[in-house]
Design a binder for this molecule. Structure first.
Ligand code: PXP
Length: 240
């Protein structure tokens, strides 16, 4: 059965908008955990636009469920991760100008680098996942580079405008799951998932974690974060 990791970056974005100390993403993580989330996901970006080093360090001490750190494959980030030791690192591409993570990591192009970063993280006891588009070449390259898991990018599915396009993207995800599992990878999914589009993705058997941020934090403005997380867990449970 699939489980939910809540990405709490947007809580930090609100805090940084004022440069003050609230709302605290550490509180948000505790609320998500109380609501039944299986994990907390946070992205420490090189430009520190939302999550700060202090958030990661405190969450490492306070989060009792899986702590999943999204990060770029830089030496500076690898040093932080191997010191703080989140349960899992999800390697993502990072561009300074982007609003959110665009596209997946190019594991074919960066296979050598991915292999060396993966080895260093695993040596520190961290599970390594790569955020990739559901493409056979990318999945095989992640497996060959030694990753433990992949997170299949659901952004193209989320952006699909017709039932036909959506069905094609679900098929792509299902095929990606098959190739991933055949190659010994744990398969997660995320990006752009919300209360309206989660059902067909939750219904893909064998996917383990869903990483969801924007949809949940947006709803929490109106219903509170605990309720928003509970509603998403209920939908995942219903359709998976
Ligand atoms: N997975 C990855 C790798 C991401 O970078 C993000 C966005 O930070 C998400 C999942 C969550 O995406 P969304 O905020 O659209 O739910």
């Amino acid at each position: 059965m699939a489980v939910l990791n809540v990405n709490i970056d947007h809580v930090a974005t609100i805090r940084q908008a004022r440069g003050v100390d609230e709302p605290d993403p550490v509180w948000a993580a505790a609320e998500c955990e109380l609501a039944g989330a299986a994990g907390i996901t946070l992205h420490l970006r090189e430009d520190r636009r939302h999550i700060q080093d202090r958030d990661l360090e405190i969450m490492r001490q306070t989060v009792g469920v899986k702590l999943n750190l999204e990060m770029a494959m830089t030496d500076a980030m690898v040093r932080i991760a191997t010191r703080v030791k989140p349960d899992q690192v999800t390697l993502v591409p990072e561009k300074r100008q982007e609003l959110t993570t665009e596209g997946g990591l190019d594991c074919v192009k960066h296979k050598k680098r991915l292999m060396s970063v993966t080895k260093r993280l695993q040596k520190a006891g961290i599970v390594v996942s790569a955020f990739i588009v559901p493409d056979a070449k990318q999945i095989l390259a992640s497996a060959q580079a030694g990753c433990d898991a992949i997170e299949l990018h659901t952004g193209m599915y989320a952006n699909a405008r017709t039932d036909q396009q959506r069905a094609r993207r679900v098929k792509e995800m299902t095929k990606g799951r098959d190739i991933g599992m055949e190659n010994g990878l744990v398969v997660h999914a995320g990006h752009g998932l919300n209360y309206r589009n989660i059902a067909p993705i939750a219904a893909i058997e064998g996917l383990e974690d869903f990483n969801i941020g924007h949809g949940i934090i947006a709803r929490s403005v109106f219903v509170g974060i605990r309720e928003a997380v509970r509603e998403m867990i209920a939908l995942i449970d219903k359709y998976s």
